[in-house]
Design a protein around this ligand. Sequence first.
Ligand code: FE
Ligand code: FE
Length: 192
Amino acid sequence: MEDMKDISKKLQKILKPERFEHTIGVMYTAAALAMKYDVDIEQAMYAGLLHDCGKHCSAKDQMKLCKEYNIKLTESELEMPALIHAKLGAYLAEHKYKVKSPEILDAIRYHTTGREAMTMLEKIIYIADYIEPKRKMIPALPKVRVAAFTNIDEAVYICAGSTISFLEGTNRPIDTLTIKTYEYYKKQIGEK
Ligand code: FE
Ligand code: FE
């Protein structure tokens, strides 16, 4: 794995300033959640640092890169370009930043949609992306920030639910993984 400092320097050069600031916010928020849930702090920081590394160019260019690297995109990813950076990011983390840990790569791959039965590291990155300090205020945010440190499954449930309402509100398609995440964590916390 490349040194965290070197990766950070590279990302600062290729990401827009706000995106880089968000990235650092996610990295430290992930570290705090890792402390709370007894997850390897360094792994959480690497995953946080790299979670949006696929967002260094436009969705159109991300698609081109996927073609170039032979990354197969699903029907829903082609329909929802906002999802592509996660898959591309996992690829870049592995091949460009030399991340070997499959756990870190999966945390990057599933940070936008979540999935059923996530590992703690996956939940941490999914949530950190949502609650990092610079994140713009959305209605559920204060509640999610509390839940993140008290009942992380509930935090995942609220985030997935709010993503779904947001997409519904803007008439955009919703990935099946997002719906599965919502249903799974709804059951997990015993919500009817
Ligand atoms: Fe992202
Ligand atoms: Fe992000």
